[in-house]
Design a protein around this ligand. Sequence first.
Ligand SMILES: [Cu+2]
Length: 151
Amino acid sequence: MNKGVLIGGILVVAAVALAGGFWMVSRGQKIETGVMPVIEEESREILVEPTGETVMEETGAVKEFVVEGSPFKFLLAEMRVKKGDTVRVTFKNIKGTHDWVLDEFDARTNQIGEGEEEEIEFTADKVGTFEYYCSVGDHRARGMAGELIVE
Ligand SMILES: [Cu+2]
């Protein structure tokens, strides 16, 4: 093989790898700093739709969500899982005092202060649409709520 061709080939491979690397980095940052943070587990595919709705494929898996709370809304307004999934919620409080409550699954965090976070886990063992909310004061009535959809 011609030496020039070989070096050219190596440069092309390096350029592709570099571009791919940048793509991975920008994609990773988007997930971390986005309004709807999602943590990727294993090799499951994550689709973040323009609506902010998050859909994760497969069943019987651990579905992990990060929900940020602020006065008076949750920055993740909808979670979609499959029946049988283990749902892991990391509630991060950005401002004020809030909690994250989902009555139908006896899932709730403590009321936590600004900058604090708490993780809870439960099994989505029934199908339906369930409202999660903040139980502090009138926060729920003021819109601090969202939906867990179990399919
Ligand atoms: Cu609240």
